[in-house]
Design a binder for this molecule. Structure first.
Ligand code: ADP
Ligand code: MG
Length: 690
């Protein structure tokens, strides 16, 4: 249950005075549905309203606050021309310019002959001085109310600065006095003020420096958010660890035979990862390790070889994949090896039903199956192992805490290896997993063909279509990826459908379509058709799973490449096994950052370098579309600049739970409020005293 003290902040914005249904919609667009969302909407700039020159001294393009006398109103002859209010001071004339103005209203606000203070940006236009749509027009006795630094907020169509500020002021007025959750020594060292004060300061910048993410107030707020994230993850981890792990040591016999049977040598990176994994398994603490490596870097074989240690020690193992097709692919990869070693391996997905399934479950419960590969179906109630000790979760590019948790119920102290093809920087990985260990396959198996990456401006689409057409004639297959346009699968699907329609008009039934609004079985069927060569061009949104092996798919076209995270692009282009070419279609003109990003992609195939660059160029929120990746998103924190705070937060979270595992102390209670404040409260259920 959310603490009562936070109720005012989690009310809908429409509860604020002066916020009606129309405004609350707009507020939802810029911030979110709740009052608390307005608090996190921090100013992006500040206007200095204290600058009050005479008209003749007002520079072009600069915000000025000027005291003037209203001379006359000039209503426009038609709607296309602006309404002009002529004003003066002893130095010259100033024209206030209004498009779509209401004359009556302006006449009331600016009666001829009256003295008024107007504030806004001055423009020199031909020989006149103009101020289009002043931000403020007030009688001189109210000048004190605006002569200050005014924060500037990100806006949306239809939302004026004044109205937004009023809503934010309303939200700030509801700030409860929250108990201090910060560590006293840390607060002192960083010279941080209490939460309320920091928030106030962040909303009332007094200098341009105060807008920087490095300003103390913003760092404090970012820290709070990161602490909530790390604490929640540490609580999940603590919950898992309460069921102790066990030390698993094989005798190496199966491993040795498997290695001899492999048609290739393991790379050094693979060997290193295996050594790290076996060392973890030998520890009595429960293992949680992330195995990172591009598609095709050889993670699956590492996972399988690691399983052998557990099997040697007499235990069972499991491998879970996000989709049916990937589960079956993993099964096909490891089944020959497993069977050559005399092991029993089985596959279980939602498709398996009836007698066969019952027989499989019976064998599993009896301990006769050594390796079970499957999908979410592995977590079904009636799936019981004899003694599961080691589980691998192939997360490809979606991160899901819940899946990792669910395995804990299938065995006592299951050691966990999480595989991902997403080359995220360590800091980002920490926000998804907390304090975890990472092995990286930085080296590709030998013999991989390089990928040629070219950036092509969108107006040359027809040439790209023609080139793809020529390639499929020679037996190649192509992925055609349409991006996430909106946070809506409906709209994304529409874009992909349109492209599919266009290409199908040219290439007929050789073009297939897959997107997020299709059922899992439908998606799998299309992927199968692409794999078997029934279709040659697969139009897809980014929901297509990475890791489905289609060796003939050597061409990758990505539309609106400028909208993707680099890591995502890298992962997408890395799927073909043969010599591959990747065409990045981009919309012109290309911004500075977008240009730099596409350049990185052309220059390197090192996924980890790409991920770090992306973090540097775009900031953490953007490295992966958050919805896509399952990575947590942050409101205030930006890992590109707050990386140090993340480390501190991780250490702090660890210390807190060591001292006060159930958050029962006074600070513990305050930390619970923090978790709810940042909506990271799902983990609270794991505490003994709810
Ligand atoms: P990932 O799971 O990382 O996508 P896989 O384990 O599926 O990669 O490996 C991709 C392909 O490379 C497989 O066909 C596998 O047999 C092969 N492979 C794995 N390791 C090596 C290696 N060291 N040398 C050569 N080929 C390898
Ligand atoms: Mg693979």
């Amino acid at each position: 249950m959310r603490p009562e003290i936070l109720f005012p902040l989690f009310a809908e914005t429409s509860r604020l005075q002066g916020v009606g249904p129309r405004l609350s919609k707009l507020l939802e667009t810029v911030a979110g549905p709740h009052v608390v969302d307005l608090l996190w909407l921090l100013p992006s700039g500040v206007i200095d309203r204290r600058f009050s020159p005479r008209i003749a001294d007002a520079p072009h393009g600069v915000g000025c606050t000027i005291t003037v006398t209203v001379v006359e109103h000039r209503a426009p002859p038609n709607r296309r021309r602006p309404y002009v209010v002529l004003c003066s001071d002893d130095s010259g004339m100033l024209e206030l310019i209004f498009f779509n103005a209401k004359g009556d209203y302006l006449m009331q606000l600016l009666p001829p002959g009256a003295t008024r203070v107007v504030s806004g940006k001055v423009e020199h236009y031909n020989n006149s001085y103009q101020m289009p749509h002043p931000d403020h027009m007030i009688p001189p006795e109210q000048i004190e109310s605006i002569l200050a630094l005014e924060p500037v907020y990100p806006l949306t169509q239809g939302l004026t600065p004044k109205v937004l500020r009023r809503a934010i002021d309303g939200a700030m007025a509801r700030l409860p006095m929250l108990p201090e959750w910060g560590d006293t020594a840390l607060l002192a060292r960083e010279r941080w003020t209490p939460w309320n004060e920091s928030l106030r300061a962040a909303h009332a910048p007094e200098t341009h420096e105060a807008l920087s993410p490095l300003a103390p107030a913003r760092r404090r707020l970012a820290y709070d958010e990161l602490l909530a994230n790390q604490l929640a993850l540490a609580m999940v981890r603590q919950h898992q660890k309460r069921r102790k792990g066990r030390s698993i040591k094989g005798d190496g016999a199966l491993f040795k035979r498997a290695e001899e049977a492999l048609p290739y040598q393991l790379t050094n990176a693979q060997r290193m990862a295996l050594a790290e994994i076996s060392a973890d398994m030998a520890e009595s603490a429960r293992m949680l390790r992330l195995l990172q490596g591009d598609v095709g870097s050889g993670k699956t074989i590492v996972a399988f070889l690691a399983m052998l240690g557990a099997i040697e020690a007499g235990y069972q193992t499991a491998l879970m994949a996000p989709t049916e097709i990937l589960a079956r692919q993993h099964f096909q990869t490891i089944a020959p090896l497993a069977e050559a070693l005399g092991l029993r391996i089985a596959v279980l997905t939602g498709r398996d039903k009836g007698r066969a399934r019952e027989a499989l479950l019976a064998d599993l419960a009896a301990g006769d199956i050594h390796v079970l590969v499957g999908t979410h179906a592995l977590f079904q109630q009636d799936v019981g192992f004899h003694d599961l000790a080691f589980a691998v979760v192939d997360e490809q590019h979606r991160f899901g805490v819940h899946q990792r948790m669910a395995f804990s119920d299938k065995g006592a102290g299951v050691d966990m290896l999480v595989m991902t093809a997403t080359p995220i920087p360590r800091t980002l990985a920490m926000t998804a997993y907390g304090d975890l260990d990472v092995s990286r396959l930085t080296e590709k198996p030998p013999g991989r063909q390089p990928i040629t990456t070219r950036a092509v401006p969108a107006p040359r689409l027809d040439e790209v279509v023609a080139a793809v057409g020529r390639s499929i004639e020679t037996g190649a297959r192509a992925y055609w990826v349409c991006p996430l346009v909106e946070e809506s699968e409906l709209i994304d699907a529409a874009a992909a459908e349109e492209r599919h329609h266009h290409l199908a008009g040219l290439f007929g039934s050789r073009v297939g379509l897959v997107h997020g609004r299709m059922k899992a079985t439908e998606k799998d069927a299309v992927m199968e058709a692409f794999k078997s060569g029934e279709i040659d061009i697969l139009v897809a949104t980014t929901v297509i799973e990475v890791g489905v092996d289609v060796p003939e798919a050597t061409i990758m076209v990505i539309e609106h490449a400028e909208r993707f995270g680099l890591a995502q692009l890298h992962q997408l282009r890395g799927r073909g096994a043969g010599a591959s070419s990747c065409l990045l279609l981009y919309q012109t003109p290309l911004g500075e950052t977008a240009r730099a990003r596409l350049k990185v992609l052309r220059e390197t195939e090192d996924g980890f370098r790409i991920a770090e660059e992306d973090l540097r160029l775009r900031g953490s929120g953007e490295v992966l579309g958050t919805r896509q990746s399952g990575l947590p998103s942050f409101r205030v924190a930006d890992l590109a600049v707050h990386g140090d705070l993340l480390e501190t937060a991780r250490d702090d979270a660890r210390l807190i739970l060591n001292r006060d595992p159930d958050l029962a102390s006074e600070r513990g209670q305050a930390l619970r409020v923090l978790l709810y404040l940042f909506e990271r409260d799902a983990a609270v259920q794991f505490l003994k005293s709810g």
